[in-house]
Design a protein around this ligand. Sequence first.
Ligand SMILES: [Zn+2]
Length: 269
Amino acid sequence: MTREPGHALLAVHAHPDDESLWTGGLLARYAARGRATAVVTCTNGELADGTSAAAPGTRVGELAEALGVLGVAESSVLPYRDSGHLGAGRGSLCAAPFDELVTRLVERIRALRPAAVVTYDAAGISGHPDHVRVHRAVLAAVEAAANRYVEPEAGPAWAAPSLWLATIAESRLRAAAGPPSDAVSDTTAPPSLPCTPDERIAAVVDVRPWLDVKWAAVRAHASEFARGGRVTAFEDARLRELFLGTEWYLFRPGPGAAPAAGPGDLLAP
Ligand SMILES: [Zn+2]
């Protein structure tokens, strides 16, 4: 008997707020169409070096509120802490054994049986070490979950049909920087932040119809605004529409993809 997907979409992220910032429009769009979504967040958002601004439990509570705004059907938080930009610290995601992280994700993938799995691109969108680690772990876990001889105690094998990697289009990053000045007119210079050449992007999703919902989910992470985190940059309406009004995804066929299938349709139906 062929097993059917249990969820239309599984988004795997490193920290509370990433689900809303980078995939919130897609999650809201799926929910609006009655399609079941799931989110796995690999850390509780508390810094491993003990300098966290928010009280313990605050960020997980904010995450639950954001997931409610986005209509996410199923969610879980893995027992790691934010590695910070130095990528280290006791109990942090980057300090954890890679295989342990992969096994936890295999268990979630097999339990949720997603049709599509979403995570960050190889540069982790922002370059945060936790994002890069989650990207690598998700790629490994999607393959491992499909192999019934790997981690058999983690549940029956599930071959996800498609994998989508959230990124930022290079053209949008350059547009946000504005026209080059007379003094700096070299448009061939590398962009200042991680991004992807537009021609490599498989899905450009206009999520402006869900931007208010997405922004409400971002705002649910109130402690990030209170400490003046990077999310405050999007209080600027122009930057909000430029970077949160569109979501960009690279496509990778999953182990359950039909032979010779082209890029799946992230937006079907
Ligand atoms: Zn993050």
